[in-house]
Design a protein around this ligand. Sequence first.
Ligand code: ADP
Length: 192
Amino acid sequence: MIHIILFGPPGCGKGTQAKIISNKFGFIHLSTGMIFRDHMKKKTNLGKLASCYINKGILVPDAITTNMFYIEIQKYFNAKGIIYDGYPRTKNQIFSLEKILKKFCLGKINIIFYFFIQKNLIINRLLKRGKTSYRNDDTNIITVQRRIKEYEKETSLIWKNYKWKNNIIRLNASLSVEQISFFVEKKIINLL
Ligand code: ADP
C-alpha cells in the first residue's frame, strides 16, 4: 500500500491536489480537517469537542486527533494507496501513523510532498475561500493568522529529521494547480 503525505501551511493547496491525485490513481483521500468538519456538521460529541479548537484556529489535541485517525484509517486497509491531507501535523502524529502502519503491516510512508508558499499569498487564498466555503476558520482574518502561526510553531518543522531526508519532495505551491498536479503525478508514477 502506498502512503503519500501532502504537507504545508493552510491554504497551500493540499486539499485540491489530494482530490486530483486520489481520483487519478484510485487512492483514498484522507483529510483530518474534512473528517472533523463532518463531525461538526452532524453535531457529534467529537464534532462539538473539535470545534472549540478549530474555530479558534488552533490544533485539535493529539489524543483526540489520533483516536479519530485510528478509527478512520481502519476503513481503508484494502486500499491501493492513501493520500494524507492535513495529517500528521505534530511529531506525535508521525509516531502514531508509523505505529499503525507497522502494527497492521501496511508498508511505510513513501513520499512527503512539502508545499512552499509565501505567507501573503496564503492569507489571500484563505480569505477568498472563506467567501464560498463559509468555513468559520477561513472568514475571520484573526483566525486565519492564528492558523498560520500555529503551523509555523507546531507543524512546520516536524519532518526535520535525517530519517525523512530522502522521502521529502519540495514543491512550489504558488504554481498553477495543473503544474503542481503534473509534477506530483510524475513522482507518484515512479513509485508504481
Ligand atoms: P487547513 O489546512 O486549511 O487549515 P484543514 O481542513 O486541514 O484546513 O484543518 C482545519 C483545522 O482542523 C485545523 O486548523 C485544526 O484545528 C484541525 N485539524 C485538522 N487536522 C488536524 C490534525 N492532524 N491535528 C490537529 N488538528 C487538526
